[in-house]
Each structure stands twice: as C-alpha cells, then as structure tokens.
Design a protein around this ligand. Structure first.
Ligand code: CA
Length: 222
C-alpha cells in the first residue's frame, strides 16, 4: 500500500513518513499544495494524509481539484484544533476523515488502515482468503493456525492482493502500489515476490492470469 503525505512542517512530515514506513507502507511526501496536488493527480495512492494549511495551494483547494478530476483515493485531513470551519470545508471538499493536531501517530495509522480497508470494501481489520488470514493491525499473516514470516515487501504484495480479492491485478499495478516514487522499480521483482509468497503460503491462493497479472482467490479444493 502506498501513501502520500502532504505536510509543510518538515518534522511532522518526517514523523508521519517514518511511522508509515515502519508499518510497511510505501510513502511519498510533498511539502506544498502544488507539489502535493501534482503527485496525487499523477500517481496511484491507496490513501492520502493532507494538511490543510499549506504553502502555494491550500489543502481544501488541492482536495477540491482532485475530486473534480475524478481522483477518488481516501483522504485524511489534518486540521488545527480550534478551526472547526476548516474541518467542515475539508469534508465538503471530499475528505473521508480527519485528525486534529496535535495528534498521536498511532491514531493516524489506525485511521489510515480503516480508510484503506473501507475503500476496498472491507469492514473488519482481519482479511481472509480460504485458510489465509491477514491482520492489518499487526501486519501478520497466518495459514490456518500457522504464523508466517514474511519480509516487508512480501507482506505488502500479499496485503494489496488480500485487499482486492478476485480482481486481476497487473504487475504494473502491484509495482505502483508497493514502491515509493524514489525506489528503483523493476516489475520483474514482483514475480520473485510472488514466487516466494506462494512457497511460504503453501496453498494456491495467488493465481496467475496469463498475460494479465495475478488474482487472489480461495483454493478450488477448499
Ligand atoms: Ca501546515
């Protein structure tokens, strides 16, 4: 899962980016509204954390532009405590949730998890596919009762597929959602991750759709 953080306070931006990276998200950051708008317009994010008080272009305008351009990724806005009118303007512009500054990073992470889940149509924080269970809170995976040890990238690939079951996901789409902008991307490595994941899972839930990509579905004999 890939997140965009648009925040002009460098300390806060770093704090958020570090916490998100620790939680196995790919993270891009923008420090003004114009740059943030451009990134959100051109890159596919699974969620955006958007400060409202931003240089060059304010957060509400950024959000209004995305929505009018048909960008529908979930957006969490950051607002100052005493600015209720800002919150209202944010929601009216198309925000999905908000957090008031100062905030606990854990709360932001929990809200981002919930936004990503809900935008993919899942209410519960645990995702299932046959015997495979993925806990989005703890970033842990089980097959039956057996816990799996996955690397950060393996987890990210599986998490993206588990959020989008029964859909054909191309290698390009996976690549775009597991790496940040600065990463030296190579879609061939996706095949490597998928191969390792299949081996570790030991059950046939990741199907290859020849020439199209991968599809997560329950094993036929389950
Ligand atoms: Ca600000």
């Amino acid at each position: 899962m890939r997140i965009l953080v648009v925040e002009d306070d460098p300390d806060l931006a770093r704090q958020l980016a570090d916490a998100l990276k620790n939680a196995d998200y790919a993270v891009d950051t923008a420090s003004d509204g114009e740059e943030g708008h451009y990134m959100g317009e051109t890159e596919p994010y699974d969620a955006v954390i958007l400060d409202l008080g931003l240089p060059v272009l304010d957060g509400v305008t950024v959000l209004e532009r995305w929505r009018s351009e048909g960008r529908n990724m979930p957006v969490l806005i950051l607002t100052a405590r005493d600015r209720w009118s800002e919150k209202v303007a944010g929601f009216d512009a198309g925000a999905d949730d908000y957090v008031t500054k100062p905030f606990r990073t854990e709360e932001v992470l929990a809200r981002v998890r919930a936004l990503i889940r809900r935008s993919a149509g899942h209410a519960a924080s645990e995702l299932d596919c046959g015997p495979v269970k993925l806990d989005t809170r703890a970033n842990r995976v089980w097959v039956g009762a057996e816990p799996l040890k996955l690397t950060s990238h393996e987890y990210t690939v599986l998490s993206y597929l588990m959020h989008h079951p029964d859909k054909v996901i191309s290698r390009t789409e996976l690549t775009e959602h597991i790496y940040d902008q600065d990463f030296d991307r190579d879609s061939n490595t996706i095949e490597v991750f998928i191969g390792r994941l299949r081996k570790k899972l030991g059950v046939n839930v990741i199907k290859t759709e020849r020439g199209l990509g991968y599809r997560l579905s329950e094993p036929e004999d389950a």
